[in-house]
Design a protein around this ligand. Structure first.
Ligand code: KMH
Ligand code: ZN
Length: 276
């Protein structure tokens, strides 16, 4: 039984797919990303899920850009848990994707299976997952299992059972509503959350218009929440979010109305086994 009751909010502030053409408020430079992380932290987010961009605003896993961004986040939002993406963008090689780990983050995403991702394929072969997991283990970085499909939960469980991942605490993120992958429904979410091992925690990330509903269901059923422009760029129908912090604030308000307290970073660090 999981006895951590407070809500953990992850802010996915940039991602690899959204562009400034679609939302001009998207943060992309290390300065903008770190300012945005601080705003989200102040609003109640304890984890920042981080992708970075190059000078042209294109997704990159460049180690130096990650290092600079992580350093700035730590200066501006001390204590906030930094979780880098190892998913990157669909066209990137494993080598490219792994570069983000050089920034010495607290956590990193570990996608536990391949999926259709819009018109592309997000490739995560068995051997890649093992390699990513081993790299994180060697560097003392805590993985978050990134599950776009039911089979990905199954594979994360398999890694634990085989001793390929051995942690104090396991945390799963269910990203639902990606075109071509599992739908953002209560049924899918229930199925996935009921598959995880006892004591593990889970987070829901609904894509697009599903972000709000999935967040509400997760808050009401003991899960945690990921919001941000990586997944959804609107604060209401047809109205762009001007900041990721607006999306965080909306979730904080729902949670407070449902009498669920918001966790602070040090509590989450202790829960996940990350040094405070
Ligand atoms: N951009 C997606 C293809 C992750 O951050 O680890 C992969 C992704 C997952 O965003
Ligand atoms: Zn991501």
């Amino acid at each position: 039984m999981d006895d951590f009751k407070k809500l953990i909010i992850t802010a996915a502030i940039c991602g690899a797919e959204v562009t400034r053409d679609i939302n001009p408020y998207l943060p992309v430079t290390p300065e903008e990303l770190s300012d945005e992380a601080k705003k989200c932290h102040d609003a109640g987010a304890t984890i920042v899920h981080l992708h970075v961009r190059d000078r042209e605003g294109k997704p990159t896993q460049d180690a130096e850009i990650f290092k600079k961004t992580v350093r700035l986040i730590r200066e501006k939002a001390p204590g906030m848990i930094v979780q880098v993406s190892t998913g990157g963008a669909t066209w990137m090689s494993a080598e490219e994707r792994l570069q983000s780990l050089e920034s010495e983050p607290d956590m990193a995403t570990l996608s536990t299976g391949t999926t259709n991702f819009g018109r592309d394929v997000f490739m995560n072969k068995y051997g890649m997952i093992e390699r990513f997991s081993a790299e994180m283990h060697e560097r003392g970085i805590i993985p978050e299992f990134e599950c776009f499909e039911v089979g990905h939960v199954n594979f994360a469980n398999y890694l634990i059972k085989k001793g390929l991942v051995n942690l104090k605490h396991y945390h799963y993120d269910f990203v639902l509503g990606v075109p071509g992958a599992a739908p953002a429904t209560v049924e899918t979410l229930s199925l996935m959350k009921n598959m995880i091992p006892g004591g593990a925690s889970w987070c829901a990330a609904g894509v697009g218009r599903h972000e709000l509903n999935m967040a509400a269901v997760a808050i009401a059923t003991g899960g945690h929440v990921r919001v941000g422009m990586e997944d959804n760029i609107y604060i209401e129908k047809g109205v762009l979010a001007k900041s990721n912090a607006e999306l965080v604030e909306r979730v904080v308000n729902i949670s407070k109305n449902l009498n669920r307290e918001i966790a602070v970073a040090d509590e989450v660090r202790r829960y996940f086994g990350i040094s405070v």
